[in-house]
Each structure stands twice: as structure tokens, then as C-alpha cells.
Design a protein around this ligand. Structure first.
Ligand code: AHR
Length: 515
């Protein structure tokens, strides 16, 4: 048996797949990776299609409250365990003038919107967003316009939201009904500036020049803010994505707290195992950027901690226009199926396996636009991807454990062998619970595993949460969203070992009391 190390997890590759598939998960709770930062259960709301208007915000709707916020959507967001909301884009951010979205609503301008080609009515702006975050109980994350915008606009935006003294922009905020500062802590230094599709796309060097000045000016407005640099979103051949991150990190290492990564995946070849092999890209992108962070910090006497913010991620391939950014037509209303729900486990397992460096992640997006929640004017339904997201979010604040996973593997083209069982393990130290998250990527094979906790017992009663549905393509719709949902049961454990068979194409979370 050959052994290889994949992202901190030791995978032993069986030379050939035997008919009885056997796996082994060995847990040593002393081998910790880092805290599962609550912010990895962040989400994202962009002015795009029906995400804001008709999603979060629909004044006049019987489903909305006095401020126009959809109550059913707020409840669904709450159930999803969302911790953070990124706004206003996305691509939209790179053409957005935040001053259009403040003050009396009747005076706000309607503008042609450059990223997606629609008309922006500006009825939902900074105050509406920040009050929404307070209502829903999520941390706001505002992305500045580093495309067509200016450094001074970004600085003034921080002054508007965070200034407590009697300055011009603080006065404007007060005039608009908000006395106390909002204290917005997280600020993105632009969105996908590496992508040629982005309004105001720049070379890495030009981006660094802009972002450095923006960071300096924004910090002078409030030096307690945390800044997220625009890392890689463009992994197309020839994009030289490593170079982008290296230049950004080298140039901004004294100013930033996070560097972002974006990844969307798809199953256009209709091949489940190939689709779920994307974990190799995600693991690799994280590992490479982590290395680049270390390299940038190597020469610094007192390096500033820098983490990865995976601030856009999801499955997205069906609801794309002829051209990806076909203006005005692309509303990105993906209808998700069961196999997409499996992909949620794949992404989250990877983030948890890298809990030392992935300290923020934002599913793109929250409602209607590539989203787990889908509305019409009469109500909403929950897409299959909703359920794993909600369940994993319960592990926020746990400690990620570097478990040993021995799994049968498969191959996709020339890629390294891929373990069928894709796993992450976390420990809730306070409650004394161990969580074993396992995605079985195999389309055909059930895989029996021996799970062993070498640092304690596993408790007599083990909770099982599982998504296991025969039809990979099963979807939900209005009035019919009960089909692709998790089942739960309790199984009996004894001592420190447990045998469990993970059904083909399934996602399972085992929760055991540990002593
Ligand atoms: O989430 C949809 C779009 O995908 C975002 O606007 C952009 O940042 C990314 O390309």
C-alpha cells in the first residue's frame, strides 16, 4: 500500500479496488488544525437578478415587513446558520457608487448597471443592508469599488458607516436616521480585479498600487477594520493565477488581513465522480496560497497574520448566458439537485481541513441567484443544497482535527488518485462532541469504514445525519421541497471504535459524545 499526504490528511491508496471496499478513519483529538471559524459559514448578496430586489427586499409584498425585508427569507437565512453577509457584489461592486444608495429613497437615482446590464433603482443601499444584517444577526462585509471607483470614495464610505465624531459623512448618516456608527469591520478591497470581465480590471501591479492607497485611507477613517485583498478568481489556462496572488501578497502584506479566492464548479460532463474531484483544485488552491502567504511573510520581522477568505464558492454552470456576463439576461437562477448538495460537503470539508488558514468563506449567493433559497411573490422553497449548509454550520467554533483517512481511491484522467471518502473531523470541546463529516464520492460503491478514536471513547449513542438519495438529479420546486432532505437516526457505539457503511453518493455527519 502506497501512502500519500493530501492536504494534511494521510490517504493510503489501495493498489486496486477490491470488491469489498474498506476504509479507516483514525482520530487523535490532540492533532488539531485550528478553529473552524464561524465566518466560514458566511454568505453573499449581490445586486444581481432577484437576489436583493424580490429576494431579500420586496417592499409592498404581503411577505415583507414595514421596512420591505422579506420575513420568510429572513427566517430561511436564520435556519441556514449564516454568520456573515458580503455585499454589494461581486461584479456589481466594481461599478457601484455607494452615494447613490443613501438618503431619501425618492431622490435616489436609477442607473444603468455596468456589470450585469440591468437598471439599478438604488432603493436598497448601505443603510438598508447594514440594518438588514442587524435584523438577521449576521456580520456585514462590504466590498469597495476597486474597479471604476476611487480611493476617496472608499474612505468616505468607511467614514459614513463607522465615524462617531461630528464629521460630514457621519452627519449624513445621522441625517439618514442612524445616530450610532454601524462599526463595519470587514471591508473587501475590490472584487475579482484579476478577471478581464471585471469593470476596471487591472494588472496585479496596478491593483496593488490602488489597494495600498485605499487601505491606507480607509484605515485612517477607522484603524480597527479588517481588509480582504482581491485574490484569484481567474484560473483559466494562461491566467497565471499564482503570480497574481504572489504580487498581491508581496505588495499588500503589511496592510491586509485576508486574501480572497473564488471557485465555481460544474458537472457539465454529467459525471459525478469527475464533478466531485474538484476538491483537488480547492485543496491545491488553498495550499498554494497558504505557501505564498508564508513566503511573503518570511522576510518580515513581525508579520501581520494573513488568512484566506474563500469569499465566493458554489456550483454554477447551468444558469450561465451564452456569454458568461451577457448583460441583463443572466440572472443565475440555478435549480440545484441532489449531487450539488453533495458538493457542499466537498467544499466545506476542504475549508475545515484547512481551518488554520481558511478563516472566512461566503457561499455565492444567498437567495435566488445561485442560492439555497428560491422565492417567488407567494413564498419560497429550499433547494437541496440548503440542508448540508445548515447542518455543517452547527460546527462553527469547533476545533478541526487532522484525522487519518485510509480510503479506496479513483482516478480522473492524469490527476492524482482521489479518495472516495472525502472527510473532515471537528471537535466541540465545550459540549464534548466529535463530528465526523464524510462524503462518499463513489457513484456505485458503498464503503464500509472502521472509525477509531485513539484519544477517548465514542459514546454509546451516535447521531447520524445523512443525505442519501437514489436520484442524483432530483430537484425541488415550489410546494415540493421535502424530497431531497436529510434523514437522521441514532446508532449504538461501544468503546472507541465504530463500523459504519457510507452509502454510495451520500453525505453523512456522525456526531458522537467523546470522553
Ligand atoms: O456570484 C456571481 C458572480 O460570480 C460575481 O458577481 C462575481 O464576483 C463572480 O464572477
Amino acid at each position: 500500500m502506497r501512502k500519500t499526504l493530501v492536504s494534511g490528511i494521510l490517504v493510503c491508496m489501495a493498489a486496486a479496488l477490491a470488491p469489498a471496499q474498506q476504509a479507516h478513519i483514525k482520530i487523535d483529538t490532540d492533532r488539531t488544525i485550528g478553529e473552524v471559524d464561524p465566518l466560514i459559514f458566511g454568505n453573499f448578496a449581490e445586486h444581481l437578478g432577484r437576489c436583493i430586489y424580490g429576494g431579500l427586499y420586496e417592499p409592498g409584498s404581503p411577505l415583507a415587513d414595514a421596512e420591505g425585508y422579506r420575513k420568510d427569507v429572513m427566517e430561511a437565512i436564520h435556519g441556514l446558520g449564516v454568520t456573515m453577509l458580503r455585499w454589494p457584489g461581486g461584479n456589481f461592486a466594481s461599478g457601484y457608487n455607494w452615494k447613490d444608495g443613501i438618503g431619501p429613497k425618492k431622490d435616489r437615482p436609477v442607473r444603468p448597471e455596468g456589470a450585469w446590464g440591468s437598471l439599478e433603482p438604488n432603493q436598497f443601499g448601505t443603510d438598508e443592508f447594514l440594518k438588514y444584517c442587524e435584523r438577521v444577526g449576521v456580520t456585514p462585509y462590504v466590498c469597495i469599488n476597486a474597479g471604476l471607483g476611487t480611493v476617496e470614495e472608499a474612505r468616505q464610505w468607511v467614514e459614513y458607516t463607522n465615524e462617531s465624531r461630528d464629521t460630514y459623512w457621519a452627519q449624513q448618516r445621522r441625517k439618514n436616521g442612524r445616530q450610532e456608527p454601524y462599526k463595519v469591520k470587514y471591508w473587501g478591497l475590490g472584487n475579482e480585479i484579476d478577471g478581464p470581465w471585471q469593470l476596471g480590471h487591472k494588472s496585479a501591479e496596478d491593483y496593488v498600487k490602488f489597494a495600498l492607497e485605499a487601505a491606507k485611507a480607509m484605515r485612517r477613517a477607522d484603524d480597527s477594520i479588517k481588509l480582504i485583498a482581491s485574490g484569484s478568481s481567474n484560473f483559466r489556462p494562461g491566467s497565471n493565477w499564482i503570480q497574481w496572488n504572489q504580487t498581491v501578497l508581496e505588495g499588500l502584506k503589511s496592510e491586509i488581513d485576508y486574501i480572497s479566492l473564488h471557485t465555481y464548479i460544474g458537472n457539465s460532463k454529467n459525471n459525478l465522480e469527475q464533478f466531485l474531484a474538484a476538491s483537488q483544485d480547492i485543496d491545491q488552491r488553498i495550499a498554494v496560497v497558504e505557501g505564498l502567504i508564508r513566503a511573503a511573510q518570511a522576510s518580515m520581522e513581525r508579520p501581520r497574520p494573513i488568512y484566506i477568505a474563500y469569499d465566493e464558492w458554489n456550483v454554477w454552470y447551468r444558469a450561465r448566458g451564452e456569454s458568461e456576463f451577457e448583460t441583463g439576461k443572466t440572472r443565475l437562477e440555478e435549480i440545484y439537485n441532489f449531487e450539488d448538495a453533495l458538493a457542499m460537503g466537498m467544499f466545506l470539508n476542504s475549508f475545515i481541513r484547512h481551518a488554520n488558514v481558511v478563516k472566512m468563506a461566503n457561499l455565492a449567493q444567498v437567495v435566488n441567484v445561485i442560492a439555497p433559497i428560491f422565492t417567488n411573490e407567494k413564498g419560497l422553497f429550499l433547494q437541496p443544497i440548503y440542508f448540508p449548509l445548515a447542518e455543517y454550520a452547527k460546527q462553527r467554533g469547533n476545533v478541526a482535527i487532522d484525522a487519518l483517512i485510509v480510503s479506496p481511491t479513483y482516478r480522473v484522467g492524469a490527476r492524482e488518485p482521489i479518495p472516495y471518502l472525502d472527510s473532515s473531523v471537528t471537535l466541540d470541546k465545550k459540549g464534548g462532541y466529535l463530528y465526523v463529516n464524510v462524503l462518499n464520492k463513489s457513484e456505485k460503491l458503498d464503503i464500509a469504514a472502521r472509525i477509531e478514536n485513539i484519544t477517548g471513547t465514542l459514546g454509546a449513542s451516535i447521531d447520524v445525519w445523512q443525505m442519501d438519495y437514489p436520484d442524483l438529479k432530483a430537484t425541488h420546486t415550489f410546494g415540493a421541497d421535502k424530497k431531497v432532505r436529510p434523514s437522521t437516526k441514532t446508532i449504538v457505539g461501544s468503546g472507541n471504535k465504530l463500523n459504519y457503511t457510507f452509502p454510495k453518493h451520500s453525505l453523512t455527519i456522525l456526531r458522537a459524545k467523546v470522553s
